[in-house]
Write a protein that binds this ligand. Structure first.
Ligand code: NAP
Length: 325
């Protein structure tokens, strides 16, 4: 089978399509014939090795793979698999299996897969898992988001942001989306009541207060975020540089205690029940993945070059089996 591999950290140029053995499912695992997948910023972080936490592992054990989001058809089941059957269309986030979905086949733990609803296209399903789950996690917990809650999404035009806008609107919130000028139209189209260009306006200094800030880029200090939160409000940082994440997790937590607000980092969970709920919203037409573009697997370098340019909104999908899409 063909799989995307890389042998050193770098940009799109270090990616290569190679022939590798089709993996064999073990106890509790299934073999999925991948129909489509999509790029997440976590893939980019792993490829570039920018996050220092990925560097110590190195390439001593050979080339690495990428790809967290998977949607495809179950080809084979391993011993002890009970919930998923051969021929099922499934989707999942491989956050805890390890990235490997940029390939024609992938072995996945049964527990990481949800059954794809019939009414959802493979393209939409490929865009949903990791970004949708990050958005849902960032909006979960107390205080509850309800009608009239004021929500700000920082990094609103990307994968997680475009889902977060829609999920917050479904609960009746007033949503402000912050991103670069080129993405503000898409931010409004996703449902945001207000769109702010981060290059022009610092949302932490305009005197507005939010009940929840969901931040995918951690572009402000904990002190700035605290200023922009309403009393009792909460900052959920889901992404950013390691330094910014550490700052939010340490200084943010301490600062929050003093100012009566909650500032912290949200750790990702590949929760299939939440994924099923998101997929059901998709089928009901209440949550629509924003698809920037679709590339065939052979054009993996072009797809990553487009991702690296930052000139995309929502998600970039990779068609592994174009005929089945
Ligand atoms: N918490 C966890 O356990 C966990 C697990 C997996 C992934 N993650 C992280 O979760 C995040 C998910 O993000 P994503 O997939 O939605 O990323 P994405 O698709 O790359 O979107 C990020 C968006 O932020 C915008 N942006 C960049 N700088 C900004 C700034 N200063 N202010 C406001 N917006 C800005 C980008 O637009 P421009 O480029 O046009 O500026 C882009 O539209 C990533 O950081 C990923 O590493 C976290």
């Amino acid at each position: 089978m063909r799989a995307v591999l890389y042998d050193r950290w770098g940009g799109p140029e270090v990616l290569r399509l190679a022939e590798v053995e089709v993996p064999v499912p073990q106890v509790g695992e299934v073999l999925v014939r991948v129909v489509a997948t999509s790029i997440n910023s976590w893939d980019w972080d792993l490829l570039t090795g920018k996050r220092y936490l990925v560097r110590p592992s190195g390439f001593a054990k050979g080339p690495k793979q990428l790809g967290f989001d998977v949607v495809g058809i179950v080809e084979r089941i391993g011993p002890g698999v009970t919930r998923i059957r051969r021929g099922d269309a499934v989707l999942g986030d491989l956050a805890f299996d390890g990235p490997k979905a940029f390939a024609e086949f992938v072995v996945v733990k049964e527990t990481a897969l949800a059954v794809k609803p019939e009414g959802m296209s493979f393209t939409h399903a490929a865009a949903l898992p990791q970004a949708g789950l990050l958005a849902a996690l960032g909006l979960s917990g107390t205080p509850d988001i309800k009608s009239g809650s004021r929500i700000l999404v920082n990094g609103a035009g990307g994968g997680a942001g475009t889902f977060a806008i829609q999920l917050a609107k479904l609960r009746g919130a007033h949503v402000t989306g912050v991103d670069s000028a080129a993405k503000l139209e898409a931010v409004r189209a996703a449902g945001a009541d207000r769109a702010i260009d981060y290059a022009v306006t610092d949302f932490t200094r305009i005197g507005e207060r939010y009940d929840r800030i969901l931040d995918v880029v951690a572009s402000r200090s904990p002190l700035d975020f605290a200023r922009a939160l309403a009393p009792g409000g909460r900052l959920a940082v889901v992404g950013g540089t390691p330094g910014a994440l550490l700052g939010a997790a340490t200084l943010g937590t301490v600062l929050g205690i003093f100012v009566g607000k909650r500032l912290g980092v949200v750790l990702h969970k590949a929760d299939i029940h939440e994924l099923e709920r998101l997929a059901a919203l998709g089928v009901a037409g209440r949550l629509t993945p924003v698809i920037d573009s679709t590339y065939p697997l052979e054009k993996i370098r072009d797809a990553f070059a487009h991702f690296a340019s930052g000139r995309f909104v929502g998600k970039i999908v990779l068609a592994v089996d174009s005929a089945a899409l």
